[in-house]
Design a protein around this ligand. Structure first.
Ligand code: TZP
Ligand code: MG
Length: 229
C-alpha cells in the first residue's frame, strides 16, 4: 500500500498511479483457474486488482470468502492493493485495501465511516451529478463507463464513450479517474487521451491467450498515453 498523506488518506497522486492498469476479475470471468489468471496478470504488472465475484455461477458464502482470501494473498505477495467489489462485510472481514461500489450500493461517506480513512473507496459514476456526489461523499477515485460495449456486465448502463471523462476534466474536476467497459489494446489510448488516469478491464486480460504479456502491453500503452498528456 502507498504511504498515507494528511488525515491518513492515501494521496491522490498515489491513487492515480494505482489506476493505470486496474484488473477486475471473479471466477466466472476466467478460462483458467482464478489463481492462474491473477498470478499471470500480476507478473505482467497490473497496478491494482478488484475481486468481483458476480454473475451466473458466481461463488457465494464460504467459497467466495476463500477465493477472495486467496486472491488477496497473491496481490499482497506482489505489493498490489486488493479491492473488493460491493461487499463491505467481505472487505472488512478480510481487511482488504479498499472497496468499489456502484450507484445502488451504500454511499461512499457511510462506507468511509466503516472502513476508515486509509482505505481506498471507488465509485462508479455515469453522469456529472453522480460524479459530483461521489466526490462530495469522499470517494478516492471514480470509475466511468461503459466507455465501449461490454459483455462482462449484465446490467451495464448505455455506452457513453469518453464523453463524461472529457467533461469532468474540462470542468477542472481532478479526482483520479479510470475508464471501464470493453477496453482492449486497440482502443485504450483514447481513454487516457480523454483525461483518465488509467483503464479498468476484465475480459481483455482474463481471457487473453497470453495473460502476462497482454497485461504488460496495457501498462506500456497507458504509460505512453500518460506521457503524451
Ligand atoms: N462496469 C462497467 S463495464 C464493466 C463493469 C464492471 C465490465 C467491464 O468488463 P470488460 O470485459 O473489460 O468489458
Ligand atoms: Mg454494485
Amino acid at each position: 500500500m502507498p504511504e498515507m498523506g494528511d488525515n491518513n488518506r492515501i494521496p491522490s497522486q498515489a491513487i492515480r498511479s494505482l489506476l493505470k492498469v486496474y484488473f477486475i476479475m471473479g471466477s466466472v470471468n476466467c478460462r483458467l483457474s482464478p489463481a492462474e489468471v491473477l498470478t499471470e496478470a500480476l507478473a505482467g504488472g497490473i497496478t491494482l486488482f478488484q475481486f468481483r465475484e458476480k454473475g451466473k455461477g458466481a461463488l457465494t458464502g464460504r467459497g467466495k470468502f476463500e477465493l477472495a482470501q486467496n486472491m488477496m494473498q497473491l496481490c499482497r505477495a506482489h505489493g498490489v492493493p486488493f479491492i473488493v467489489n460491493d461487499d463491505l462485510e467481505l472487505a472488512i472481514a478480510l481487511d482488504a485495501d479498499g472497496i468499489h461500489v456502484g450507484q445502488d450500493d451504500s454511499p461512499a461517506g457511510m462506507i468511509r465511516r466503516r472502513l476508515g480513512a486509509g482505505k481506498i473507496i471507488g465509485v462508479s459514476a455515469h453522469t456529472l451529478q453522480e460524479a459530483q456526489q461521489a466526490i462530495e461523499d469522499g470517494a478516492d477515485y471514480l470509475g466511468i463507463g461503459p466507455v465501449y460495449p461490454t459483455a462482462s456486465k449484465e446490467d451495464a448502463q448505455p455506452v457513453n464513450g469518453t464523453r463524461l471523462i472529457e467533461e469532468l476534466r474540462t470542468r477542472g474536476v481532478d479526482i483520479p479517474l479510470v475508464g471501464i467497459g470493453g477496453i482492449t489494446l486497440s482502443n485504450a489510448a483514447p481513454v487516457i487521451a480523454a483525461g483518465a488516469d488509467g483503464i479498468s478491464l476484465i475480459s481483455a486480460i482474463a481471457q487473453a491467450a497470453k495473460i502476462s504479456e497482454t497485461a504488460k502491453s496495457f501498462v506500456k500503452t497507458v504509460e505512453e498515453g500518460l506521457r503524451r498528456g
